[in-house]
Structure formats: structure tokens, C-alpha cells
Design a protein around this ligand. Structure first.
Ligand SMILES: CCCCCCC[C@@H](O)CC(=O)SCCNC(=O)CCNC(=O)[C@H](O)C(C)(C)COP(=O)(O)OP(=O)(O)OC[C@H]1O[C@@H](n2cnc3c(N)ncnc32)[C@H](O)[C@@H]1OP(=O)(O)O
Length: 303
């Protein structure tokens, strides 16, 4: 384990253009007409000096940090069967509109679930120049077919961070405090969200290639998990944070089911213990696809 820890370092450079392409990829700015509240995520010309950056943009910093087989000696998995399982994000200051980021990547966990292995990677992202820690991202990959490598009576489990309660999260039975509905198909019907989102850098063919998707066990390409998470967090910013993305402190989510590009997503939100609990449903299938919670700066003040 120690061999991968603190060994991998990656760099990511972005500009306002990347910030805008990402925001469009997670559905910002409306389906039919321009949503002026969200122009701040894409518009940086004509004297608009600052462009606001969605906190989930920090998930892109870790592109290129997902370990390949060679990085994990003795551990084998088929990348075609990888599904994004969970994501945890901590944002320490508003993200700059352009920057070069230096990442420190470490192995945060590995668990034998029998039919699958769950691999967790932690990425700490520092801004070049100031050296400040901007964000922490912890990704869990659900590696179908890669489990069963340890004694089933005592399955191997390793965790290098305090356990959070994500798998135990219970969505309240009461009606949600707020609901937001959004279609993953932008107004130009020829643009597929998955194809737009991949331009932000996740070129996994699971999201674009029908034959690859079939091998992975799906009838067609599915949406990037982090694109779905972007839709959820935008909804929370709109409905709870009054449009202010800088209120987001931490985000945790578990991907429960795949989403097909073009589906309508309904985000339900509850306020509980100074956090927002959220659940996303694929509207037509009436199935939950993502759930988790978000901590905010100044939640009480925003209500
Ligand atoms: C390093 C990170 C790299 C990330 C890079 C990402 C690259 C991207 O391009 C890839 C993607 O975006 S893929 C698309 C997004 N993800 C998905 O669509 C997955 C949706 N989820 C599922 O299908 C199922 O929940 C499924 C299949 C995940 C699990 O369902 P089941 O097989 O029914 O599992 P279940 O029997 O309920 O549980 C078995 C044990 O596994 C734990 N578990 C369940 N869901 C999990 C999840 N989502 N994440 C992590 N762990 C999970 C359960 O707790 C259980 O463990 P235990 O028995 O110890 O409780």
C-alpha cells in the first residue's frame, strides 16, 4: 500500500474556457433559453472579469490520477467493468477561474466485496504559485469482477481516512424542502450531454461508444457519474444557496444506478442537521440514481 501512497503526482492546467465547457456539460444555462442566473459560469468576455467556477469542477483536477493496473502491483481489474461508485469533495476556497494545479495522489482504500472490489483514491490539489490547498477529492471505483481476492470469511478491507456514513445515508420520508428538475438533453437536440461533458477530459468510451457500453453490460452509453453529480450540485446551488457556488463546503455522493444521456433528472433536497441531503431520480424510470449530502457555509443564513 505504501508504495502508491504519496508516490503519484499529477498536474492539471485550466483556463476560463475549460470552466465554461464544464459548466455547459453539467447542464448550466438552461434548456430552451439562456438562464441569466447561470451566465456567470460561462461568460467572461466583454469586461466581465471574473467567471464563477462550480465547486464540482475540482473533480477534473484528478483526471489522469486514476490508477492503471501497473500502479497497483499484484492487483488486477478489467477497466471496461469499472463503474464510478462514490465521490467525496472538500473545497477549501473558491476555485480560481484559471490555474495550474499540482495533485498529490494516494491510495485511500481497498475493499474486497466478493463480486467486486472497491478502490478509493484521494487527491489533494494545490494551486501553483500560492501553494494553497484548494480541494480534496476522494473517488471510489466499483470494480466489477475484481473481488474475491481474500478469505471470504474475513474479506480484506483497508481504509486510510475516517469512515463517513455515506452508505448509511437515509433519505427522510418527509416531503423534500426543495425540488429541481433538469433534462440532461440540452435544447439543441443534436447535442448529447455525455458527448459534451467528455470534452472536459473524461474520454472513457463507456460514455460514447455503443459497442464498448455493450461489453460493459449496458444497452448503450451511460452518463459520466461526475456529470450527474454536477447536475445535483447545480440544483442545490440554485434552490438552497440562492445561486452562490461559494457556499459549498463539502459534497458526498454515492452513484446508485446508471443514467442514460437524455434522461430527465429530478433533484430532491432536505435540510437536516445543518446539511443538505439530496437524492436524484431518473424521472421516467422513477428510480434513484444518486444520493448523498452537502455541507454549506452559512446554511442558516441562506434560509
Ligand atoms: C478511482 C475512481 C475512478 C473513477 C473514474 C470514473 C470514470 C467514469 O468514466 C466512469 C463512470 O462515470 S461510470 C457511471 C457512473 N456510475 C454508475 O453508473 C454506477 C451506478 N451504481 C450501480 O450501478 C450500482 O450501485 C453498483 C453496480 C455500483 C453496485 O450495485 P450492486 O452490485 O447491487 O451492489 P450491492 O450488492 O448493493 O453492494 C455490494 C457491496 O458494495 C457496496 N457498494 C454498493 N454500491 C456501491 C457504490 N456505488 N460505491 C461503493 N460501494 C458500493 C455495498 O455497500 C456492499 O458492500 P457491503 O456488503 O460491505 O455493504
Amino acid at each position: 500500500m505504501d508504495e502508491i501512497n504519496s508516490r503519484v503526482k499529477t498536474t492539471y492546467t485550466y483556463t476560463e474556457r475549460d470552466v465554461a465547457v464544464y459548466a455547459l456539460g453539467v447542464g448550466a444555462c438552461g434548456r430552451y433559453a439562456i438562464d441569466t442566473d447561470e451566465l456567470k459560469y460561462v461568460y467572461h468576455e466583454n469586461g466581465q472579469q471574473f467567471i464563477k467556477v462550480l465547486p464540482t469542477f475540482s473533480t477534473l483536477f484528478s483526471l489522469g490520477s486514476v490508477p492503471q493496473g501497473k500502479d497497483l502491483p499484484g492487483f488486477r481489474f478489467d477497466p471496461r467493468l469499472l463503474l464510478h461508485g462514490q465521490q467525496h469533495i472538500e473545497v477549501f476556497k473558491p476555485l480560481p477561474s484559471n490555474a495550474t494545479i499540482h495533485n498529490k495522489v494516494s491510495l485511500a482504500g481497498l475493499h474486497d466485496k466478493g463480486k467486486a472490489a472497491v478502490l478509493e483514491i484521494e487527491i489533494r490539489s494545490y494551486e501553483e504559485g500560492s501553494g494553497e490547498l484548494l480541494s480534496l477529492n476522494r473517488l471510489s471505483a466499483f470494480l466489477r469482477g475484481a473481488g474475491g481476492f481474500s478469505d471470504p470469511s474475513q474479506p480484506f478491507t483497508y481504509r486510510n481516512y475516517p469512515a463517513n456514513q455515506l452508505s448509511a445515508i437515509r433519505v427522510p420520508e418527509s416531503p423534500p424542502y426543495a425540488v429541481f428538475e433538469d433534462c440532461t438533453q440540452p435544447s439543441q437536440a443534436c447535442v448529447c450531454t455525455a458527448l459534451l461533458y467528455r470534452l472536459s477530459g473524461d474520454y472513457n468510451p463507456l460514455h460514447s461508444d455503443p459497442m464498448f457500453a455493450e461489453v460493459a453490460g449496458f444497452p448503450g452509453p451511460i452518463l459520466h457519474g461526475l456529470c450527474t453529480l454536477g447536475f445535483a450540485v447545480r440544483a442545490i446551488i440554485k434552490r438552497i444557496c440562492r445561486g452562490d457556488p461559494d457556499m459549498i463546503k463539502t459534497i458526498s455522493g454515492r452513484f446508485l444506478l446508471h443514467v442514460y444521456p437524455g434522461e430527465t433528472l429530478v433533484t430532491e433536497m432536505w435540510l437536516q442537521d445543518l446539511r443538505v441531503i439530496y437524492r436524484l431520480k431518473a424521472k421516467d424510470r422513477n428510480l434513484a440514481v444518486l444520493s448523498g449530502f452537502v455541507h454549506l457555509h452559512g446554511l442558516a443564513a441562506s434560509l
